[in-house]
Design a binder for this molecule. Structure first.
Ligand code: RFL
Ligand code: PHB
Length: 395
């Protein structure tokens, strides 16, 4: 069969792109290696920048997000036993973020695409990319029934995340990779308990970082920093709660709301950028091209920003025969990506204790936390980055 744009991966990047292309009158097919049930059940990100919320609304996928999501007008930074709030609307001219879990975004986008007749092929295997240097690239794969199939495309977009096949299909030496691996990871839990706070708490403590986030009034998402080689089975529920109580302590005796823990995972932390995000007729978008540590809550939002730039490029190509914006995609997207990388790295460095960090380093972190939470200019910079930089600074 034939399509205009072949998309690999039905994560936020692939699904948003297919909807943006549809609205521009451009055909696409999405190939996804997992089942619909599996992608709709994977717990990942929680925070949507104001621009991502606008995008969801603009493409017709914002109704449930606005109804069931939670607008967050600030975050709490906790350090040295005290809590300081960063007020987003006050510092950014009225902007906020939304807490709306990534798997809900996925459910809304899949339902929308299928309702509009979108072509998403779930549970495919062995996707391979061919003839990327020509004007007629092809995708080969095995469908969910076990039959081999082929799609002829004008372009291919790799939205297949960190372990996908798109990036490895680019010949060696064509890409430059920048990578920083952090000497810690996050232990993430889901528990059945009421929220500990109406807004997220990011805590810096001598014992290491902790974060109290939420999923719903009944389910909470919390994280604490661990050694990346740590094992989940070493952590009983009691030990986990003792760690949260210690790291989230305040001078006035605040305590997290505790409840049964039903999910425990450890995720590594790294910053990674691949340049350029194009090879011939293959473009990379989202985690397939870059990874951020989760501290700044930027991953999903960067995927959404990439595909907006890319969709504008495809629109210029198909509507006006102008391939210039497509050729500029990588340069344009990377400007925003590097700024989000800087913010994620900065938040990570500010909030975590690395092995070998001395007391001087700790005092520097305390001074910086005091500065960004007491200076309106310091706080405004944090708030502006957290809610998402305006497009004109980042493109
Ligand atoms: P995804 O979501 O990984 O989707 C890729 C899709 O491609 C499929 N795939 C393939 N399909 C066909 N053939 C193949 N060979 C394939 N290989 C893979 C996969 O099955 C999958 O469905 O990438 P995308 O679309 O670029 O989206 C990126 C985001 O998912 C990611 O950046 C965020 O989850 C990161 N992230 C956060 N981002 C935020 O913006 N805000 C947050 O609060 C936030 N918190 C987080 C996070 C990531 C975390 N983890 C688990 C790393 C918290 C955590 C703990
Ligand atoms: C989450 O709710 O999973 C979450 C929130 C904020 C972050 C990272 C993860 O910075």
């Amino acid at each position: 069969m034939r399509t205009q744009v072949g998309i690999i991966g039905a994560g936020p990047a692939g699904l948003l792109l297919s909807q943006l292309l549809h609205l521009a009158g451009i055909e696409s097919v999405v190939l996804e290696s997992r089942s619909r049930d599996a992608i709709e059940a994977t717990i990942r990100a929680g925070i949507l920048e104001h621009g991502t919320v606008d995008l969801m609304e603009r493409i017709g996928a914002g109704e449930r997000l606005k109804r069931e999501g939670f607008r967050h007008d600030g975050i709490h930074l906790r350090f040295d036993g005290q809590t300081r709030r960063i007020d987003f609307p006050e510092l950014t001219g009225g902007k906020s973020v939304y807490l709306y879990p990534q798997h809900e975004v996925i459910k809304d986008l899949v339902a929308l695409r299928l309702r509009l007749g979108g072509d998403i092929r779930f549970a495919v295997r062995n996707v391979t990319l061919h003839d990327l240097e020509t004007t007629a690239p092809r995708l080969k794969y095995v469908n969910s029934q076990g039959a081999a199939e082929e799609i002829h495309c004008d372009y291919i977009v790799g939205c297949d995340g960190t372990n996908g096949v798109s990036k490895p299909s680019i010949p060696e030496g064509k890409l430059k990779t920048y990578e920083k691996v952090y000497p810690f990871g996050w232990f993430g839990i889901l528990c059945k308990a009421p929220p500990s706070s109406d807004e997220l708490i990011y805590a810096q403590h001598q014992r290491g970082f902790a974060l109290a986030s939420t999923r719903s009034p009944e389910i909470q998402r919390m994280y604490f920093q661990v050694d990346p080689t740590e094992k989940v089975q070493n952590w009983s529920d009691d030990r986990i709660w003792a760690e949260f109580r210690a790291r989230l302590e305040t001078r006035d005796g605040w305590l997290p709301a505790e409840g049964p823990i039903f999910s425990k995972v450890i995720v590594g932390m790294r910053s990674l950028v691949t340049e350029p995000m194009q090879y011939g007729r293959l473009f990379l978008a989202g985690d397939a091209a870059h990874v951020v540590p989760p501290t700044g809550a930027k991953g999903l939002n960067l995927a959404a920003a990439d595909v907006q730039v890319l969709a504008n490029g495809f629109e210029a190509f198909y509507r006006r025969g102008n391939s210039e914006p497509l050729l500029r995609y990588s340069d344009m997207a990377l400007k925003r990506i590097w700024k989000a990388q800087r913010f994620s790295w900065w938040m990570t460095s500010l909030m975590h204790r690395a092995p070998g960090d001395d007391d001087f380093r700790y005092q520097m972190q305390m001074a910086e936390l005091d500065y960004v939470t007491s200076s309106p200019l310091g706080a405004a910079s944090l708030a502006e980055n957290y809610v998402g930089l305006p497009m004109q600074y980042a493109s």
